[in-house]
Design a protein around this ligand. Structure first.
Ligand code: RIB
Length: 339
């Protein structure tokens, strides 16, 4: 959708850009008929004055908000930390970075509130319930946004993702190389598109029927979820398991330990993310590492480029989609299968 600009309002009302600008900013002296023409054109075109343009030009504060599912998972705290660091080193002194957590089912409400609070740009890490509606709303308010992580599938705006499918394949290959034939996968009840690709990549390397078909265990996507599912996994015949994220893996190690079972002797566990704790758990965690810091800085950098572009040009740049690779980090929680 082409952005309605002040030029369009000037053309429609038959006034100069300077006149439109002054009237919209309640400056200067104009006849009531001129003011009416500008107001009618503004309304008809749905024009919303571009606050970003003014602020970036003047160097006054610009607020960017990052919307996240939570800040308790170290994946997300590392992500925001990397954005903060990027900002500190990139010299944009007038950008305020704020963080907002939101449950998936309250995302629309959260975004509406942020718009009303006057934010200038958004980074969204969760899938949007109504992506087209949100896109139109943000576009109307001239609020550029970048999507990443769980939300990176959008083709409406710039996105930053990792190659989730091959990340899942890396986990499967690792267990296969270690000789595991009966494996499992711990799955959350809500599967975002990115996690879906992760699962598909893992499943793609195993038969889809028969004995070697991976067994799925369902639990909450959290440490507690991992702990809660331990008993059910312990009762099964799987020798290796992919937990889809590190938090679940850490909870599972705890749950198994409570049952007097140890990792990797009784079960090999592979996580996903490579959060800081992965290197400190007992045993240390084998995982598929996401380049968390690069995801954070690339998302912020794309958004800043959009804000700058909004303020200097009427041409909307092409949508950019950045994808990073993940890599396997083999540590102590996986070993060769005895079965
Ligand atoms: O641990 C948090 C998980 O949720 C990560 O794997 C990340 O990709 C997000 O989707």
């Amino acid at each position: 959708m082409k952005k309605t600009t002040i030029k369009d309002v000037a053309r429609r009302s038959g006034m100069s850009i300077a006149t439109v600008s002054q009237i919209l900013n309640q400056r200067g002296h104009f006849t009531q008929s001129t003011i009416n023409k500008v107001n009618i054109a503004t309304k008809e075109l749905g024009y919303v004055p571009d606050k970003n343009a003014k602020q970036l030009r003047k160097g006054s504060a610009v607020t960017i908000t990052v919307v996240l599912p939570n800040l308790t998972n170290p994946f997300f705290s590392s992500l925001v930390q990397s954005m903060q660091q990027y900002l500190e080193t990139s010299g944009y002194d007038n950008i305020d970075l704020t963080f907002q957590t939101s449950a998936f089912n309250r995302l629309d409400e959260t975004i509406n509130n942020l718009i009303n609070r006057g934010i200038d740009g958004l980074i969204i890490t969760e899938p949007l319930p109504n992506p087209i509606h949100t896109h139109e709303l943000l576009t109307l308010h001239h609020i550029p946004y970048v999507v990443t992580d769980r939300n990176a599938d959008s083709n409406l705006t710039d996105s930053v993702s990792t190659n989730e499918f091959s990340g899942g394949e890396l986990a499967a290959q690792h267990l296969k190389i270690l000789g595991h034939r009966k494996v499992g996968l711990i799955t959350p009840s809500y599967i975002s598109p990115s996690i879906g690709h992760r699962i598909d990549g893992f499943m793609s390397l195993w038969p889809s029927t028969g004995d070697m078909q991976p067994r799925q265990f369902y639990t909450e996507f959290s440490m507690n979820g991992g702990k809660q599912i331990a008993r059910e996994i312990a009762k099964s015949d799987v020798t290796g398991i992919f937990t889809l994220n590190d938090e679940v893996a850490i909870g599972l190690i705890r749950g198994l330990s409570d049952l007097s079972l140890s990792v990797p002797e009784n079960l090999s566990i592979i996580g996903f993310d490579d959060i800081d704790y992965a290197n400190y758990t007992v045993p240390t965690l084998t995982t598929v590492a996401q380049p968390i810091s690069e995801i954070g800085s690339a998302s912020l950098s794309l958004l800043i480029q959009r804000l700058i572009n909004n303020s200097t040009s009427d041409v909307i740049p092409q949508i950019q989609r950045l994808t990073f690779n993940n890599k396997l980090v083999a540590r102590e929680s996986t070993k060769v299968s005895n079965h």
